[in-house]
Design a protein around this ligand. Sequence first.
Ligand code: IPM
Ligand code: MG
Length: 353
Amino acid sequence: MELKIAVLPGDGIGPEISAQGVDVMTAVCEKFGHKVEYKYAICGADAIDKVGDPFPEETFKICMESDAVLFSAVGDPKFDNDPTAKVRPEQGLLAMRKKLGLFANIRPVETFDCLIHKSPLKDELVRGADFICIRELTGGMYFGEKYQDNEKAYDTNAYTRPEIERILEVAYQYALRRRKHLTVVDKANVLASSRLWRQVAKEVAEKYPEVETDYMFVDNAAMRMIQDPKFFDVMVTENTFGDILTDEGSCITGSMGLLPSASTGEHTPVFEPIHGSWPQAKGLNIANPLAQILSVAMLFEYFNLTEEGKLIREAVNASLDADVRTPEIQVEGGARYGTKEVGAWIVNYIRTH
Ligand code: IPM
Ligand code: MG
């Protein structure tokens, strides 16, 4: 296969983990005989500094002309502490989602046995938890009409039937390939937008009798996720609820630095770690590259290159078993490995297996 990849390293630790993702991708392509071509593009604070726009037109063009985007992270504290800043790095991420029509954000929540002790939950609750949160990504309050003056402000949580239908279809496709259990998360006891979600969900559910569908209010879902995370298989929800629940999901596994994600929709799909730009670690060679490397696995799997994805997952597990780990997950007394060393170990594993 020939793959054209747009690489968007972004800010903070982004460029360091991006380099490891690219090396792994190259090694896998060499091994399986795929041709890959990379085009680098700027985004986030880096792009604001360079051209005054966190998602410049040129970057958009490169994304549109590629088969997939390998994205790392955006964000810089100099903008967080400046309420007068007119443009922010995060706007680049939102612009990318909107312009590429990335309405489906796929966030797997999986555990790694060797990291379960890092979970704030009891071992027996979290061991074996494995679910996917499908978050609607281009609608709701993030993009609805907004207003703000000194006395009043609002964000509109608007959804249309087609927007709800298409994300539910994605969720059912995942449920069919997994344990056939879908939980639709909403707040239909209070919100009109949620009542439309539930109404549409009930209609779509009839097309999938082999999937067990249940409906849960978001407050209850937040509670259930920490009381009984193994209850969930596939969960689908709107943009804002999904933002909150996926942060909760990522930390209950103890593996925040290991979780990748995919955003798919109308145009080029984007693959990225779920963690942020960790500006304090920039340039220190301590950031964990595994979430980025696993997002490369998701990228291959998206194109049905399952063996390629499997080899990356196997290499990641082998690195953890061999205690080749970045400092935040290293075992006591274990050797010190940096971002580059972990990446190089995985590349070597791929070449030799
Ligand atoms: C996420 C992030 C973004 C969001 C921010 C950085 C705009 O929290 O991807 O979950 O709120 O969607
Ligand atoms: Mg978030």
